[in-house]
Design a protein around this ligand. Structure first.
Ligand SMILES: *Cc1c(COP(=O)(O)O)cnc(C)c1O
Length: 330
């Protein structure tokens, strides 16, 4: 099976499994799991933040961050198609009484500052209190520029707003920009980083931020049932991923470009040249026929999105391209 639906489908490799097998563990709710502690320190170090918190998923990382920044009656502003708003079951509203306000992303994956400004609520009892801005990076495979991030950050600080980044794929963004994640993280109070996407770990994310925000997020994590005990078993996979798999993302990006170019030369229109590991088909292209044909060849795609990841080899890519060629020629 060649699975291009998402980079979440990667399997832990042999060496990662060995690291998990031999992990030293303790009770993390007591703060006594050395492997979890090491993962949290490593993530904090890479992002140049005070502290890290190992969470069960990206969704949990985003939720505990929003719950830490906002109280009941507060408002967070996010993209209309943002994971933090659209794909997390409405958690901030359901569990925190926190109202979402949404703005469409522009074609670069940004929230334009003039539109953000127009959505900030005045100090008036009719309104919820604007408290938090959330960005996503990468957003639909696009890396936000450091110039934009710096303007965004200045805007938030000027308006006394907290800044959270859904950095599920922050390493893809950093590689695309040719910088370390520290440069991106400098513009945010908290950042949620997925270990289980392109980095290849089976489970988990890390939230990083200052001591106060992370202490608060730790309380919320416990309340949400995310206080795991001998979690070092899974944290070990995360450490392995940070130690060995970051630079491999570049290969995923290279393969996405090859795939995009090949599709285009077959007359299958793509939305734009991929920046990272996601090839987006043109919205006017109906992918259902292609999807059905690929299924007969044991290849999975999800709608308009084809995602490369560490379990897609150059040979797999050629198999996919050949199958697409067959589809076009039928
Ligand atoms: C995958 C993803 C998350 C987190 O997802 P989980 O499945 O909960 O780990 C958050 N944001 C974005 C943009 C994602 O792609």
């Amino acid at each position: 099976m060649i699975d291009l639906r998402s980079d979440t489908v990667t399997q832990p490799c042999e060496a990662m499994r060995k690291a998990m097998y031999s992990a030293t563990t303790g009770d993390d709710v007591y703060g006594e799991d050395p492997t979890v502690n090491l993962l949290e320190e490593r993530a904090a170090e890479l992002s140049k933040k005070d502290a890290g918190l190992f969470v069960t998923s990206g969704t949990q990382g985003n939720l505990v961050a929003v719950l830490s920044h906002c109280q009941r009656g507060h408002e967070y502003i996010a993209g209309t198609e943002a994971h933090t708003y659209l794909y997390e079951g409405g958690g901030a509203a359901v569990l925190g009484g926190i109202q979402p306000c949404t703005i469409p992303f522009n074609e670069k994956g940004e929230l334009p500052l003039d539109i953000l400004e127009s959505q900030l609520k005045p100090d008036d009892s009719h309104y919820a209190i604007s408290r938090l801005l959330c960005l996503e990076n990468t957003q639909a495979g696009k890396a936000l520029s450091l110039e934009y991030l710096s303007e965004f950050s200045g805007f938030a600080l000027k308006n006394n707003l907290k800044r959270h980044l859904d950095g599920a794929r922050i390493f893809n963004a950093a590689i695309k920009l040719g910088v370390t994640i520290e440069k991106i993280c400098a513009n945010f109070d908290t950042i949620s980083i997925c270990l289980s996407k392109g980095l290849g770990a089976p489970v988990g994310s890390v939230l990083v931020g200052d001591h106060q925000d992370i202490a608060s997020a730790r309380r919320w994590r416990k309340m949400l049932g995310g206080g795991l005990r001998q979690a070092g078993i899974v944290a070990a996979a995360g450490i392995y991923a940070l130690d060995h798999n970051i630079l491999d993302l570049e290969e995923d990006h290279r393969r996405a470009q090859i795939l995009a170019n090949s599709l285009q030369s077959l007359g299958i229109q793509i939305l734009e040249k991929p920046q990272t590991n996601m090839v987006m088909l043109h919205p006017e292209f109906d992918p259902s026929g292609l999807q059905k044909h690929l299924e007969t060849k044991m290849i999975k795609i999800s709608g308009h999105r084809l995602v490369t990841h560490r379990d897609i080899s150059d040979q797999d890519l050629q198999t996919v391209i050949s199958a697409c060629k067959e589809y076009v020629n039928v």
